[in-house]
Design a protein around this ligand. Sequence first.
Ligand SMILES: [Zn+2]
Ligand SMILES: [Zn+2]
Length: 341
Amino acid sequence: MKAAVLTSPQDILKRPLRIVEVSRPQPAPGYVLLRVRACGVCRTDLHIVEGELPPRRENLIPGHQIVGEIVVGATKEFPISTRVGVSWVGGVDGTCRFCKKDQENLCDSPTFTGYTVDGGYAEYALVRSDFIFPLPRALDDLHAAPLLCAGIIGFRSIRVAGVEQGDRVGLFGFGASAHLAIAVLRAWKREVYVSTRGASHRQLASSLGAAWVGKEVDQPPVKLDRAITFAPSGDVVVAALASLRKGGIVAINAIHLDRIPEFNYDTLLWGERQLRSVTNMTRSDARDFLQIAAKLDLRPRITVFPLNQANEALTALKNDAVDSAVVITPLARRSSASKNG
Ligand SMILES: [Zn+2]
Ligand SMILES: [Zn+2]
């Protein structure tokens, strides 16, 4: 099969992914073999490909927002040809103290799709049969892919931030995850304040119902109850903290931060303000979010690249060259395509 393979992490401009023929994964008990139809591109993929997350495997196929159809290993719940989704958490041990306490996102021995096991930048992917999710029928493959990490983790961030009725919520950074989170928040009638660099991102935030939009460092005009940061920048976390009322919460939606700068405890954290990280996801986050997405008819904006342009897809994400989610497909024949929905 054709796949995008990472042999040694380096700057994306050096094209670290090689598009090559590799052998198709062998079916195994407890696993399903998927024919990949689309795979979303996530900022975490960029951290893996560029080596900000330490390499865990040689010759890795990245990609953890997989939409595929089952070709081998069908189950009663998921018959052959069923279209399913796969996300970042590809499996947990089920036995550690966290798994036993309904906190499988914190599992001591998880597998991560497209990081510790091969992912979806390929024509086929082998995934655990208990870590696949049914997808909303209304959504086509390309629009469903970004829901699978950007959407689910954005939804988990809303949960971790403890968003309640009547809350004013700040979103700091406005990429794929934030533009799905705002749709959920607006459907729930929450007031949303967006700080982000890039005029096109601010325009998109306005069109999606933000009450206020500002630049990356601008402070919203009112104190916020909750804030979620999406940029991999500690300065943004501090800006989010500075926007909170007493008792407010910042949820950090980032697997990697450049650093956390020194900040003033008396003014920024005192007053029972809280800083929380958002770590991975549970299967119930995935199922709950996908149900909500179906009900809201959530349709992410996407830009599509064929599999053989995986390096270009990651470059576009890194450079903020697109104000949408980025999706790779092994099915495209054209050299590139763009679709907004
Ligand atoms: Zn566990
Ligand atoms: Zn992701």
